[in-house]
Design a protein around this ligand. Structure first.
Ligand SMILES: *Cc1c(COP(=O)(O)O)cnc(C)c1O
Length: 418
C-alpha cells in the first residue's frame, strides 16, 4: 500500500501534485512519500511485536539521510555492507547496537571502524574473514561480536541476479560445514559468537523458501546448543518482495505468523533486514517526455530519465509500471520507453501497451524507491537527479540535483599535461 494516486486526474504523492513538484524541482526527479515509509516500517514492527526484534533496514536499497532518519526515529537499525554505509547509518542517528554488517569483502579498515563503533554484530561470510576480524579485534584489545552468514542452499525462485542463498552463490558459509565453522570461531580469543544469519535473495514472493531456510537454521541452533554455543540473535535477512506488476507478495505479518511457532520457547531476538519492502513502493521517478517517434514495429517514447538514473530494467529485466501524470482519454500504443543514453539497454519499459503520451508531458515510473537512486551513476556525464520527500501537503528537497561542476569536482590533471 502506498500514498500515490490520481486526484482530479493529476497524479499526486500524498496531497502534492506532480505538477507542483516538477515545477519546483525539474525532472528527472525521485519522489518519496513519508507516510508510506512510516506505514511500511510500522507494519513490520507491529507484525513482530510479540517477540524481541530489531528491524535493521538494508541501507543499500536507498541510503538517503532523510529516509534513514525516518526509520531511526521509529527505532530502526541498519544492515550495512560497507564502511561508507556505516558512516551514513551513524550520521543519521542509527544506534551502533542496532547495526549488523554483512558482505563477502570487508576490508581491514572497515572492520576496525565497525569494531571501534561497537556495532551489534558482523555477519561473517568466510573463514579468512573470521580470522581477519579476530586479528583486528586483538589489535584493538576487543572482542568482536559475530554471527555466521549461513548459505542454506534454497532456491528462492527470483531473478538469478538477486539470488543469494543458493549453493552456487558467493554468499555465506555452506550449511554442511557450518557446525565445524562455529566450533573454530568458538575457540578464537577475540570473537564472541552472538548470532546466526541468512539472507537468501531479493524480491521473493513466496514464504516457502524463507521457512525452509529458517528451519535449517533452527536445527543448526539446536546442534550448536548441544556443543555449548549459545545463539542470541537470529537474523533472517531481508528479501521479501513487493508488487511491481501483478505479484501478490506475502505481508510481513504472514511471515511473522509462520515464524512464531518456530521461536516459541526459544530465547532468541529476531533481526530482520528489509530493504525493498520498506522503500520500494514508497518512491517513484517522474520523467518528462522529450520526443516520440515511430520505429519499425513500435513507437519510442524518449524520456529524460535514463539507465544511469534507474538501472533496474536494464540490469534485472525489471518491470516498473509507467503512467502519464495527467489522466485523460487516450488510445493505447505499443511502445518502448527509453532514455537519452547511448546504449540499447537504456530503457525504462520495453514492449509495452500503454497510454499514448505526447512530447512535453510527464510520466511516473512507479515502485522506484528501492535500488533506484542508490544504484544511479553519472554515466554519459549526466548529473544525478534530485530527491524530494512529500509529507501531506508539504514537500522537501532531500537531495540537491547535481550540477555540471559536481561532475568534475574530484578530477585532477597532472602537472605535466597542463
Ligand atoms: C540486499 C540485502 C538485504 C535487503 O534485501 P531486500 O531484498 O531489499 O529486502 C538484506 N540483507 C542483506 C545481507 C543484503 O545484502
Amino acid at each position: 500500500m502506498h500514498y500515490f494516486d490520481y486526484k482530479n486526474s493529476v497524479f499526486h504523492a500524498e496531497d502534492v501534485s506532480m505538477e507542483t513538484l516538477v515545477e519546483a524541482y525539474g525532472t528527472p526527479l525521485y519522489v518519496y512519500s513519508y507516510k508510506t515509509l512510516l506505514r511500511h516500517f510500522k507494519s513490520y514492527d507491529d507484525s513482530f511485536k510479540d517477540f524481541p526484534h530489531i528491524i535493521c533496514y538494508a541501507l543499500k536499497a536507498n541510503s538517503n539521510a532523510a529516509i534513514l532518519r525516518t526509520f531511526a526515529s521509529e527505532g530502526g537499525g541498519a544492515d550495512i555492507v560497507s564502511g561508507g554505509e556505516l558512516f551514513r547509518a551513524l550520521r543519521a542517528g542509527i544506534p551502533p547496537e542496532k547495526i549488523v554488517y554483512a558482505g563477502v569483502g570487508k576490508k581491514e579498515d572497515e572492520i576496525i571502524y565497525a569494531l571501534r563503533e561497537n556495532i551489534l554484530m558482523f555477519n561473517v561470510e568466510s573463514e579468512q574473514e573470521l580470522m581477519a576480524i579476530d586479528k583486528a579485534a586483538a589489535k584493538l584489545g576487543k572482542s568482536a561480536p559475530i554471527a555466521l552468514r549461513i548459505n542454506p542452499d534454497v532456491d528462492p525462485a527470483t531473478h538469478a541476479k538477486i539470488t543469494t542463498g543458493h549453493k552456487k552463490n558467493k554468499f555465506g558459509i555452506p550449511i554442511e560445514g557450518a557446525l565445524e565453522f562455529y566450533k573454530i570461531a568458538h575457540k578464537l580469543k577475540h570473537v564472541k559468537i552472538v548470532g546466526i544469519h541468512e539472507h537468501i535473495g531479493s524480491q521473493i514472493i513466496s514464504l516457502k523458501p524463507f521457512l525452509v531456510a529458517l528451519q535449517r537454521l533452527v536445527s543448526l541452533i539446536d546442534e550448536l546448543k548441544a556443543e555449548g554455543i549459545e545463539i542470541k540473535y537470529l537474523d533472517i535477512g531481508g528479501g521479501l518482495g513487493i508488487q511491481y506488476l501483478d505479484e501478490i507478495p506475502p505481508h510481513p505479518s504472514e511471515l511473522a505468523e509462520k515464524i512464531k511457532p518456530i521461536l516459541q520457547g526459544r530465547n532468541l531476538t529476531i533481526v530482520m533486514e528489509p530493504g525493498r519492502t520498506l522503500v520500494g513502493n514508497a518512491g517513484l521517478l517522474v520523467t518528462k517526455v522529450l520526443y516520440t517517434k515511430k520505429g519499425h514495429d513500435r513507437d519510442f517514447i524518449i524520456v529524460d530519465a535514463g539507465m544511469n538514473d534507474m538501472i533496474r530494467p536494464a540490469m534485472y529485466d525489471a518491470y516498473h509500471h509507467i503512467m502519464p501524470v495527467h489522466k485523460k482519454k487516450r488510445k493505447d500504443v505499443f511502445a518502448d520507453i527509453v532514455g537519452p543514453i547511448c546504449e540499447s539497454g537504456d530503457f525504462l519499459g520495453k514492449d509495452r501497451e500503454l497510454p499514448s503520451m505526447l512530447q512535453g508531458e510527464y510520466a511516473v515510473v512507479m515502485s522506484a524507491g528501492a535500488y533506484g537512486f542508490s544504484m544511479s551513476s553519472n554515466y554519459n556525464s549526466r548529473p544525478r537527479t534530485a530527491e524530494v520527500l512529500v509529507n501531506g501537503s508539504e514537500h522537501y528537497l532531500i537531495r540537491k540535483r547535481q550540477t555540471y561542476e559536481d561532475l568534475v569536482r574530484d578530477e585532477l590533471i597532472p602537472e605535466f599535461i597542463k
